[in-house]
Design a protein. Sequence first.
Length: 572
Amino acid sequence: MDLIPAPRSAARTSDTATFALGQGTVLAAGEGAEGVARWLRAEIGAATGLPLAPADPAAADAADAADAPAPTGGPGADGVIRLTVDPALALAGRPAGAAGAEAYRLEIGPGGVRLTGGGPAGVFWGAQTLRQLLGPQAYRTAPLGERTWELPHCRVEDAPRFGWRGFMLDVSRHFLTKREVLRHLDLMAAHKLNVLHFHLTDDQGWRIEIKRHPKLTEDASWRPRTKVGHRASDIWDERPHGGFYTQDDLREIVAYAAARHITVVPEIDIPGHSQAAIHAYPWLGNTDVVDTAALDVWGDWGVSENVLAPTEEVLRFYEGVFEEVLDIFPAGIAEYSAFVHVGGDECPKHQWKSSPAAQARIRELGLADEDELQSWFIRHFDRWLADRGRRLIGWDEILEGGLADGATVSSWRGYAGGIAAARAGHDVVMCPEQQVYLNYRESGAPDEPVPIAQVRTLEDVYRFEPVPPQLEGPAAEHVIGTQANVWSEVLESPQRFDYQVYPRLAAFAEVAWSALPPSAERDFAGFSARMEEHYARLDALGVDYRPPGGPRPWQRRPGVLGRPIEGPPPIV
Ligand code: ACM
């Protein structure tokens, strides 16, 4: 049946029999499944042109119990798609470490479809499987013409391996419009991914409206010019680049994601990666050692030296930012919606070392050094967020100088940070750059566009194992999931994002969802065979993915400098 990600079990219950959808097929949604019914009607209804009219689930049950013959003509004549939430399924299907509410069972037979989820999310993931079974044309937004839509008689039982199945989108280095973000959410849903880590601020642009600090969008959301290619390139694009999401845009994105059982985890990066904010409000920077008023929103790449000053005023400023962030991204709407990402990565300490004010602050706070000053920043917001019922997550540098009590770690420099954090009892999202940074080049061929770092092929991503052998028992349980990240320095257009992300995100989705064997035993040939059908789905969705044979001519970027690194990436 060529499903991606592979389900726990799937079997045809007849070699040839199918259930055909028709004008009279109805959709009967039980309590808790109404949202999935709306999604199915909108998406499958659009692709097939079928009304999928709502039906009363109690009446469908009564007809079943009475073994009544299907009516002829009219609603229900072409069978019923029945959506049910059954918490008992959650308990029965609950795999260790993953949310049982995401489990589902899909049964297709002569009378139609029975889709049961442990919770609404399970019904939703089952609906994604149903769409795959309808064939690639079910991914279009309008029907191509008259045809029949058939589903094989089958039974699928499924549940995710990991609870947190994430994708990080960097919209700071290159902005994506709201429409594009919504499209990525649809693509995530199609791959059963459920956390969008939204990298909203960085040296090169601030993308979230903060009403009490309007210059963050007026001044920090755009840069006058942009380096084209790797930072060693001498080509500049002299066109301004920018964009931001209003609070209403972001609320819309959050609601759109929630309807797809995806949590949006916003990232506001502190105390490094803050040059755009410092450009807007120069007093946020280390004014005793740099003329922060002269700083631009950075148009170059790398790690800016311009970091936040460790003052009370800066803390108050960011508390104000986070107050608005908490309001836009409310807790309680999904499993991971309490999380707020505070960055914490790549904070150069040179300015703090040379700043008399920062040094005085270190002494005043009784801290040992600049690493502890970084921890002081993060600990402050760990407590501040916890006081508001929220959870802090940060990149693994937040381990340096001591990990804040409630912190969860995004382990990106390798496994080591995640291993240390998990052993210390902290939750971890594994996203090692050597494995799942999708900005890394996908092939060693010379026509790869702006090649960055080591080669990470589709197969490499497929063989990625989120739980390293050093972690066992309760420590391994702290790996709440995994995430693939795409940084956008050299991704100047939505097509370039697509090229870097797909098809590798499909392989990653299988790693995050499916119960795969150890890396070396994974059936990459089988996955590749299933990808044939999946490429047709991506075609129908209009995704500008990297074809298996390499870039199409217009996907190449001759003359734009990358930074390829030879050899396999070190596993750390
Ligand atoms: C990162 O790649 N700086 C988290």
